[in-house]
Ligand binder design. Structure first.
Ligand code: DC
Length: 231
């Protein structure tokens, strides 16, 4: 059977990764969390005091960065590695969330990450989540979904997630971080967060994860059927 690309874009913390992971598992496809790639780059930049206003230093740093994904055999989770080091937990911390959008606006960073992501999905059979997958990385994705949700509902879910990782973050701080990231992500010049014309809108404010997953899987089923019929 032909394999397709599933692109899930949308606002921060509206359930993209959870949905993408389950859809990929259901289809036997690879799952790529592109936000994790930008987070890993941010971690490197912070650790090496890279001056974001100096394009030469930014490019030099990018030349020294390798972001890869490896499956954790114990948990079955795809985890992100920065130059061979597992940074899956570190990149989810608040100090990275606070800085990641500022790093993601840099054209050199976007060019490097988008090129990498295109390579990863060259053979299709992939579910990718992010901000610009349906618009810039895979404009030809067979299934495009744009996810959103009420900001307070997103913040509550995010707070719970962080709490489960033993990080206590005040609710207002999370709301502010989500609003700030949404704003920077949507207004940047290079591949901004924007719903593709042919994307399907999915508001996750009042639905369950299973319903989110089913919504995407139904679209996948129709896309696959269309492909079969077109052959
Ligand atoms: O999905 P996430 O919240 O982990 O993403 C972290 C940040 O990375 C997000 O605020 C913007 C950036 N990002 C991006 O610019 N483009 C992507 N395709 C994915 C994430």
């Amino acid at each position: 059977m032909k394999k397709i690309v599933v692109a899930l874009d949308g606002h921060s913390s509206c359930g993209k990764s959870t949905t993408a992971k389950q859809v990929a598992q259901e289809l036997g496809y690879a799952y790529i969390d592109t936000g994790a790639m930008y987070r890993a780059v941010t971690l490197y930049f912070l650790e090496h005091y890279v001056d974001l206003t100096n394009p030469k230093k930014v490019q030099e740093a990018l030349n020294n960065i390798e972001v890869t994904f490896h499956r954790n055999l114990k948990t079955g989770r795809n985890e992100v590695f920065l130059n061979g080091l597992n940074v899956e937990d570190e990149i989810r911390k608040m100090y990275i969330s606070d800085k990641v959008s500022e790093v993601s606006v840099l054209p050199a960073v976007r060019h490097a990450m988008v090129a990498e992501q295109k390579k990863m999905g060259k053979r299709r059979g992939i579910v990718m989540d992010g901000r610009d997958i349906g618009t810039a990385v895979f404009p030809d994705a067979e299934v495009k979904v744009f996810m959103t949700a009420d900001v307070e509902i997103r913040a509550r879910r995010r707070q719970q997630e962080l709490f489960e990782k033993k990080q206590l973050v005040p609710f207002d701080e999370i709301v502010e971080n989500l609003k700030k990231r949404d704003h920077i992500d949507s207004t940047r010049a290079e591949s901004p967060l924007k719903m593709a014309d042919d994307a399907h809108l999915l508001d996750t404010s009042h639905i369950t994860v299973d319903e989110q997953v089913d919504f995407v899987l139904d679209l996948v089923a129709s896309a696959l059927l269309q492909k079969e019929l077109a052959q």
